[in-house]
Design a protein around this ligand. Sequence first.
Ligand code: 0X9
Ligand code: ZN
Length: 401
Amino acid sequence: MRNALAILAVAAASAAFAEQQPYQIFEIDVRNVKERQILTDSPLFLLNEDPTIGKNVVAVNQGNEWQVLALGLKYKYRGLYKPQIPSYTANEDVDYRTEWLNYDQIIAEWDLLLQQYPWLVTKRAIGTTHNGNTIWVYSIYKPDGADNTSPPASLLFLGNTHAREWASPSVLIHLGKMLCQAIATNDSVMTSKLVGKVGVHFVAVFNPDGYKYTWTNQRLWRKNRRNNGNNVYGVDMNRNYAKGWGGAGSSGTPSSDTYRGPSVWSEPENLAIKNFSESLPNLRGFIDYHSNSGDILWPWSYTTSPLAEPYLTTNSTVATAMKNAILAHPGGYNYTIGQGSTTLYVAGGTSKDWYLDRFGNIPSYTVEIYGSSFDPPTSTIAPTQDQHWVGFRAFIQATLP
Ligand code: 0X9
Ligand code: ZN
């Protein structure tokens, strides 16, 4: 009887969640640049932003603990992490404010917006991934006259460059919804800044192969799903851009989590966003939304040399406006702002460096959405989305004077 009850309890739980293979968590002590490179080139899942000299937290699939020992670095065991992946029944009504959405649900949510505001939202495919998934862009623009002219200027926002950073596409859905609502209700700020002037483009899920894989196989997957041969997969899409490609803070080892790819723009996702961005009229601002360290980072990342003027003033002014707006929001997190390389760590081939280099004096950021981990409690989803709507409004106001 007891056994039967236990089985029933398990059955009930598995109706809502599926368990993936567990991870073992270790803390690795890195003492110098050479040891840091060993960690950078390793196949371990790094849980801090970038490998640092000092303490690093890594995850490894249970059974692969030898990969930690093989580093030859000092380590401490920190415990077991069992990812729980929501499993939804077909047509289940899932609220993006309180639950994580799987890939199809995210696209369905954006498509709903398209249905609700057909005069405001357009959807287009900008490329196809290694696994044949389409990369979709949703654009929000209202012309000021009756004729349907296209926008003379543009803003671009990327969601889910890194597969496991689920907060990113979740925040983007909310930004899209709130923006549509604001324009549809003639919100004075959004109307004066955007209507007849600027198209706002959202890449709902920039890394669909990786995102799907985090739901089906490996919750802590970061890269895309390029087949590198020898059963090794993935390129870090935030190391494949042209500016500073190949430099420090990236790896030439295909199994590494920061593998930069065989060449600049080798990845179909990166090439798609490059071509799309270059086709946009007058790009005025760019944010690549990541998680989870709570930072707003501007270029450069590939070098510790400070950003020159007038780029520095542009980037620090808009970042300050975002930070202050988020902080003033009830419960708002106190975001750290600064140059990527000096605030976090040097990383070559990242998005924000290329956007500034290519498009000139624009605010160009990696926003690291704050969270307790890559898997924060679902109770934090709505407050996080709300804070970023406030930050996003401030970004638009400060970027478009
Ligand atoms: O490493 C990255 O690509 C970003 N961090 S994450 O934890 N989301 O992977 C940060 C890129 C920003 N730049 C620097 N680290 N310099
Ligand atoms: Zn990231």
